[in-house]
Each structure stands twice: as C-alpha cells, then as structure tokens.
Design a protein around this ligand. Structure first.
Ligand code: SF4
Ligand code: SF4
Length: 286
C-alpha cells in the first residue's frame, strides 16, 4: 500500500480540503484508494461524502489497576511512570491511577515487586468505516472525549485501512500525532498558507520531516493572502512547491457547504489532477 500523508504544522490551513479533493481525484481515475482520517480529535473528512457506515470497532488500551490490599505504597510505580499517571501518597495510604494520563506502556506493572498491579481495558476511541459505490472507502479515527492521546486511535485507523493507496488526513501540529502519521506514510504533502503563522509552522514541519528523512513537497493554500515569505523560504530551501490554491471566496463557499471543489471548478480539478500525476511518479520512486 502507498500512503500519502496530507499534513500541516497548524490547524485551519486546508489539510482536509486537500485530502478530500485529492482522494476524489484518485477515485475518479478508478484507483483503489481509501481516505483515512487521522485527525482523531476532530475528524470531519466523512462529512464531504454521502457514504454508508459499514463497520466500526472500539480502540482500547491497557491501564493499570492497583490492588490496595497488596500495595505497600513504596512509590516505585510512580517513579517509573514518565507520564505522571500514578499518584502514591504513603502517609495517607493513597495509590491512584489517572487513567486519562496513562499511555499503556506497562512500565508500572513491571516495576511493582508486590504483584499489586493488574490491567484493565480502557476505551480510547473508535475506528469507523464508511463505504460508497465502487471501491471508495473512508476510515475514521475518533478520540473519546476526555482522552488525551489520539495516537493509538490514529494508528488503529491506519492499520484498518485496506486499499492500494491511502490518503492520510493528518492531525494538525508537529507533536506525537503528526509524527506517528507521517512516519507511517511514504510521501508527505505539507499544506500551508502565506502568513507569518503559516511560515513559522511550515518551518517546524520541514525540520521534522528532514530529520525523519521523509520525502515531501508543499501546497500553498489561500495564495494571494499575506506576503511572499513562504515562497522565498521554499526557494531558499529548494523545497518543491506542488500547487497554489488561490484565496478565492467561491472556493471557500463550496468547501464551507461540504462540497468538493474539484466537482465545481475545472481550474482546481486540473491542479489536483496534476498533483495526482506527480504523486504517482514520486511514490513509484520511493
Ligand atoms: S509499586 Fe506496587 S506496591 Fe509499590 S506503590 Fe506501586 S502498586 Fe503499590
Ligand atoms: S502503564 Fe505506563 S503510562 Fe500507564 S500508569 Fe503505568 S507506567 Fe504510567
């Protein structure tokens, strides 16, 4: 399977806009493709397609349970937990696991020499599948409200994707969820906007992708807004500018109504068709 991550250093740059239109472009060519929504804190890709829900499964993680009748309040589990998910107060005989902070690493279970820790399953979120006609499919990772880490959910969403090509709509930012998504991909498209915030977050994303050795190129959304600093940065760093999407009221209007711009604007459809050709070439070479 070839996986293409569509990512950005900040939210609101048009990542989902690019993901959904790129997916539809490939789909209209008859490619066996899936759209995987890895933005598990706020998935919305499925809203652009009138697909049927065809399945789902909860995503769980092991979290520790402390048996107070065996616990000596030695504090070793607390010391071993780098996520500060265990509180031990020996004087007050308190031993508590903060389930929402737990990353399920299992270190505390190994640390406890008194057999006081067992594990239970905690639901972190769910993965839902949607299907349309032909070979179309969307896999959506959705985090449960109150859970802090979307990583296990988005990883399961990626693992649950079965198609020859997958477009991964990545979580915004440059933290763990972004890293895990781009790490699972063969090629990354960074979406940015020509503003100081866009440039700042683009630089962070570029730095990380370079360190990871991931091939990538850039799309500038809302071109015409702001200044030329992003263009200058790309030229200076010799980063490929894949496409510019103009700052256009009609495009914003179509997108805000849940429409696919390539279905209504031939000029944008041509641009996405070009991107699809480029991606095919690049991923063949990967
Ligand atoms: S390591 Fe075991 S015995 Fe020690 S505080 Fe933790 S649960 Fe209790
Ligand atoms: S499983 Fe890992 S993260 Fe969770 S409480 Fe134990 S040590 Fe901390």
């Amino acid at each position: 399977m070839v996986k293409i991550a569509v990512a950005s250093g900040k939210g609101g740059t048009g990542k989902t806009f690019v993901s959904t239109n790129l997916y539809q472009t490939f789909l209209s060519r008859g490619v066996d493709i899936a759209l995987t929504d890895c933005d598990a804190e706020e998935p919305n890709s499925a809203a652009f397609f009138k697909y049927e829900e065809t399945g789902g499964e909860p995503v769980t993680q092991k979290v520790p349970v402390i048996d107070l009748s065996k616990c000596t309040y030695c504090g070793k589990c607390q010391d071993w937990c780098v996520y500060n998910a265990i509180v031990i107060l020996k004087e007050r005989k308190i031993a508590k696991v903060l389930d929402e902070m737990c990353h399920g690493c299992g270190a505390c279970t190994v640390a406890c020499e008194y057999g006081a820790i067992t594990e239970k399953d905690m639901v972190l979120g769910e993965v839902t599948k949607y299907s349309g006609k032909d070979k179309s499919s969307i896999v959506e990772g959705r985090l449960k409200v109150g859970v802090y880490t979307p990583v296990p959910v988005l990883k399961r969403a990626i693992l649950s994707t079965t198609a020859n090509v997958a477009v991964l709509d990545s979580p915004p930012g440059t933290s763990c969820p972004f890293i895990h998504t781009v790490n699972a991909s063969d090629y990354v498209i960074l979406v940015t906007e020509p503003t100081p915030f866009g440039l700042n977050d683009l630089k962070l994303s570029v730095e990380i992708l370079n360190q990871m050795g991931k091939p990538f190129s850039v799309i500038i959304n809302r071109a015409g807004l702001g200044n030329r600093d992003v263009h200058n940065f790309l030229e200076r760093e010799k980063i490929e500018l894949l496409m510019e999407i103009p700052f256009d009221k009609e495009i914003a209007s179509i997108y805000s109504k849940g429409g696919l711009v390539i279905s209504e604007r031939e000029d944008i459809a041509d641009k996405f068709s070009y991107i699809a050709d480029v991606i095919i070439d690049k991923t063949r070479a990967c």
